[in-house]
Design a protein around this ligand. Structure first.
Ligand code: SF4
Length: 242
């Protein structure tokens, strides 16, 4: 069973490795007990490419919130076809979603932060919890340079909410390196990245940003910039996301 004390061992093992070697190491250490959560963003597509190309035995899953862009759905289909891969899809609990919609309406997330977080909880956080059940390692595509909230994230950290080690193998990559890797390996990415969307979430809560803007400026743009997380990467007792 994984414990918090394993975190530093994993961190020490992964830090000196390159990305491919990090994923190979994780597959060998965790195999089916490790799960990669893909939001189909450009960073996630890099990790998926390596996992699928090398047939590494780590689970890959995504969350279909029910409010995704058509472009994101198309990319999911394209990725499945390109790699012949299994990408598990988790969806919101239908009773919870129905109750929320009946109580607050379909677009209540614009009304208050609380209603927005409640929507994110039903559509993202709870499905994530189900997806990670039984896992010892949760692999993400988070990078330190994605936002102020993510600056300084480590390659591995204990996640007390899910009782597992959260691993960020791209923690030290920059945006240019990601784009070069995608270009070199002809990796399919979301068409919206070419239309001013560096960070892509649900359609009603994401808009394009101007060149040079914070990559996550288009997410929940009507809210305080310091609170722009959906709860997936917020740990209780911590004020930064990982
Ligand atoms: S991003 Fe918007 S639509 Fe998606 S779960 Fe959060 S509040 Fe709901």
């Amino acid at each position: 069973m994984i414990t918090k004390s394993d975190t530093s061992i994993i961190e020490d093992a992964l830090t000196p490795l390159d990305l491919e070697a990090r994923l190979v190491w994780l597959a060998s250490r965790f195999a089916e007990m490790g799960a990669f959560s893909s939001s189909l963003g450009i960073e996630d597509q890099v990790i998926s490419h390596i996992l699928f190309s090398k047939a590494l035995p780590l689970r890959v899953f995504t969350i279909d919130t029910g409010r995704l862009f058509e472009e994101s759905q198309s990319l999911l289909s394209l990725t499945r076809e390109r790699y012949g891969a299994t990408i598990e899809v988790f969806t919101p609990n239908s009773d919870n979603l129905q109750n929320y919609l009946n109580a607050h309406g379909p677009n209540a997330f614009y009304q208050s932060v609380d209603l927005r977080l409640a929507c994110c909880h039903i559509r993202k956080v709870e499905p994530l919890k189900r997806a990670l059940q039984g896992s010892e390692a949760w692999i993400t595509g988070l990078r330190g340079g994605q936002s102020a909230n993510r600056a300084g994230i480590p390659v591995a950290q204990w996640d007390p909410d899910h009782s597992l080690v959260k691993v960020n193998p791209l923690f030290d990559w920059d945006e240019l390196s990601i784009k070069e890797y995608v270009h070199t390996h002809n990796i399919p990415i979301n068409r919206l990245h070419g239309k001013g969307f560096p960070s892509i979430g649900c359609a009603p809560c994401t808009r394009a940003v101007a060149p040079g803007d914070n990559p996550r400026a288009g997410r929940w743009w009507w809210e305080n910039p310091n609170k722009k997380e959906c709860g997936l990467h917020l740990h209780s007792g911590e004020n930064f996301s990982a």
